[in-house]
Design a protein around this ligand. Structure first.
Ligand code: FAD
Length: 331
């Protein structure tokens, strides 16, 4: 920890709880704006989620990020924040800190080197704002006392004029996630929308997924959609087969829209009718079925498709029974 480590006596203007991406950024801006700020986290290491984000390279922004990408009961909630702090502002910050980055796919920006660079940058920004740090400190209670807040922590009392709760969501408790933010919101009478998983892979019962497990690693750009009306979601993204289910950007995106019991539609065939295409090919092609399908699908998927349909992948297309073509009409 830098020279700004440890709680100090006296009153802070602002206590920021949670030293993740949000808390560090908030404390830095508050400190640089002249506030006496303290940043408190119960974990011993800062920003663990940044460290594992983007496979260790931190997908730190997206050039195309806009209000439509944010799911909220109030779709206007994020508008002013996004208008006032754009992806270009963050890039400017990265440039000032000499952090190199690259665009991977569809505006997604990753560090060239490591997510640690982003953590170091946020730490330096906090230091520039003379932010005090305290890690390994749990907060037992928050009380109102006059115009101030009193924080009862494992390391003693902290008094602050304002408290920012930036303790993150519920995912990955083993690196520090808790429901603290929700508890505090309830305590102060704020309404809470029921939480549910978002941006997650889909896993399936081990037995049911077994036939597909050998496809782990296969990836394909697909159209994926679910729901209807206002709750509909639709994306064109990469789908990835894994040992336990489906993942990749397509599934991560659609998971935020999926409701149990609602089907997810996946079009592997670019909007074309697979049955029609197969029937057309069958009429004149002497190709082996697996080779023909491999024109449109990854070879391993083409093989698995034949196996699942009970068709010999090595058969010539012309000999393929029509019922198998029609049976593949699901996209
Ligand atoms: C595997 C994975 C990969 C991801 N990759 C990306 C990515 O590449 N790009 C991206 O934009 N997003 C990514 N995300 C989403 C990412 O979590 C958020 O964008 C971001 O890290 C959230 O920051 P935050 O500050 O809100 O919360 P967090 O980073 O979760 O920080 C909350 C902090 O609060 C602390 N805390 C919790 N409870 C308490 C308590 N009771 N007392 C004190 N401290 C407490 C925690 O220890 C933690 O340090 C990823 C998420 C996961 C799980």
């Amino acid at each position: 920890m830098s020279g700004a480590a440890g709680l100090q006596a006296g009153r802070y203007d602002v206590a920021v709880l949670g030293a993740g991406a949000a808390g560090m950024m908030c404390a830095a801006v508050a400190g640089q704006g002249g506030a006496r700020a303290v940043l408190i986290d119960h974990a011993t290491r800062l920003a663990e989620k940044i460290r594992i984000s983007g496979g260790g390279r931190c997908n730190f922004t997206n050039l195309q990020a806009g209000p439509a990408n944010y799911l909220s009961a109030n779709p206007h909630f994020c508008r002013s924040a996004l208008a006032r702090y754009t992806p270009q502002h963050f890039l400017e910050l990265m440039r000032r800190h000499g952090i190199d980055w690259h665009e991977k796919h569809r505006g997604q920006l990753f560090c060239n080197d490591s997510a640690e660079d982003v953590i170091a940058m946020l730490r330096a920004e906090c230091d520039a704002g003379h932010v005090r740090w305290q890690t390994g400190c749990s907060i037992d209670e928050i009380r109102r006392e006059g115009d101030d807040y009193l924080l009862l922590t494992s390391l003693g009392l902290v008094r602050a004029g304002a408290v920012v709760v930036a303790t993150g969501g519920l995912s990955i408790p083993k690196i520090g996630a808790t429901d603290f933010g929700y508890r505090i919101a309830r305590q102060f009478g704020l309404k809470i929308i029921e939480t549910r998983p978002a941006l997650v892979p889909l896993t399936f019962d081990g037995q049911a997924w077994q036939p597909f497990a050998p496809l782990a690693g296969v990836s394909l750009e697909v159209d994926i959609s679910t729901g209807s009306g206002k709750s509909a979601g639709a994306f064109r993204e990469d789908l990835l087969w894994t040992h336990r289910g489906l993942s990749g950007p397509a599934v991560l995106q659609i998971s935020s829209f999926w409701r149990p019991g609602t089907p997810i539609r996946i079009d592997l065939f670019d909007g074309e009718d697979a049955a029609g295409w197969l029937l057309e090919q069958k009429a004149g092609s002497r190709k082996h079925l697996a080779n023909l399908l491999a024109q449109r699908l990854p070879a391993r998927l083409a093989d698995a498709w034949c196996t699942a349909a009970g068709v010999d992948a090595a058969c010539r297309c012309m000999t393929l029974p029509t019922r198998h073509c029609v049976g593949s009409g699901h996209r």
